[in-house]
Ligand binder design. Structure first.
Ligand code: AMP
Ligand code: ZN
Length: 111
């Protein structure tokens, strides 16, 4: 299996996991861009937003429920960012759908 995030899901490679349930996994980004930088992913290998739209299941709301819970757990009440990069122009490097949760940083740019 070549997908690095699937390998994290299957515990074949180490990640600092901060949340796990049947459908969703969250772990610390290996190259953090903010004091809090977590990745929230479906356990199922969903390549990208295209597949997510086609699958039409509840995974997106599951993911955002986890994001909301983690934002509370990490005391991000004063603000945080949720980012998903789509495609090479956006710099997507891992083809397993993932949402970055960034916080504990003053973001001086809007985008
Ligand atoms: P993206 O560039 O949006 O595709 O994001 C991929 C993210 O995955 C990057 O922020 C990487 O630092 C992160 N990443 C890659 N490999 C690992 C890993 N083994 N453990 C944790 N984070 C990783
Ligand atoms: Zn995968």
């Amino acid at each position: 299996m070549s997908c690095i995030f699937c390998q994290i899901v299957n515990k074949k490679i180490f990640a600092d996991i901060v949340y796990e349930d049947d459908n969703v996994l969250a772990f610390k980004d290996i190259e953090p861009q903010a004091p809090v930088h977590l990745l929230v992913i479906p356990k199922q290998h969903i390549e990208s937003l295209d597949d997510m739209i086609n699958i039409k299941n509840s995974i997106i709301s599951d993911i955002f429920n986890v994001i909301y819970k983690l934002a509370k757990d990490y005391n991000l009440g004063s603000g945080f960012r949720v980012i998903t990069n789509y495609g090479k122009d956006a710099g997507q490097t891992v083809n397993h759908l993932h949402f970055h949760l960034l916080g504990k940083k003053l973001f001086d740019n809007k985008f």
